[in-house]
Each structure stands twice: as C-alpha cells, then as structure tokens.
Design a protein around this ligand. Sequence first.
Ligand code: CUA
Length: 148
Amino acid sequence: MRKTELIWAGVVVFSLIIFLSVLVYAINVGYNTPGITEHANVKDFKTGVFKIDEGVYEVHILAAQFYFDPYTITLKDPVKVIFKIMSQDVIHGFSIIGTNVNVMVVPGYITTVIWYPPTNFKGNFTIICDEYCGPGHSNMFATLIIER
Ligand code: CUA
C-alpha cells in the first residue's frame, strides 16, 4: 500500500468517526425534527380552536389521510397562535402558504408551532400537507381565515 493511500484511508476513517459521533450525540441530546415536542396518544387529542386570551389562540389540528380536522380555521385579530398538530396515521406536513409555518407531523408526537401573524395578514390562507402521504396527498389541504 502506498503512503498516500494510507493517508487517505486514515482521513476516511477519521471522517467516519466524527460523523458517527455527531449522530450519536444528536440522538442522545434528543435532537428531533423542528416543532416536535412531546409524545402523545392521538386518541386523547381534542381538535378545535381554543381562545386562551385576547388575540391568543391554541389551535389543535388532526392530520390524517387525506384531510385536516378542523378543515376551516377562523381566527379573529390573532396576535399569537399556538398550533398543536397530530397525525393519526402516517407522516404529514403542515404548511401555511405565504408564511414561515412549515413543519412535519409525525405519528405519536405533538408538533407545536408558535406563530405571530403580522398585523397586515388577513383573508384566506391555504394550509397544505407538503409531505407525500399517499395517493390522496395532493387533495390534503385546509383553510385559515384571519379576520381583522
Ligand atoms: Cu398528508 Cu401529504
């Protein structure tokens, strides 16, 4: 074996060790997909829009093949919106078009997103599933209505 081959073999092995160490570390500190916060049973999950305070809403959404429940979400003068989303079957996406809300919804977990809608946001916003989840994936959407 040539010396340069040995050096490159060493570089490859060293890189592999670094890569695997980072992976093991990430798993140990509990790294997860953004927004995924807690284990939960979908059977105990109550969907709906809950007004917590003036302008503060908690919205619980169920993602399923191939719909969102609730299908229409109406918020009046929202300042802060806490979305909690669960899936009852496979991995779905939750993306509000035209905003920075875009998360994955993994079965067995609650995905939490806190959103501060800009004050000039009003009207209808389309929510789509942006993770391929089966043959009806392209029909999986909902509507967010912001009234001001
Ligand atoms: Cu749900 Cu794609």
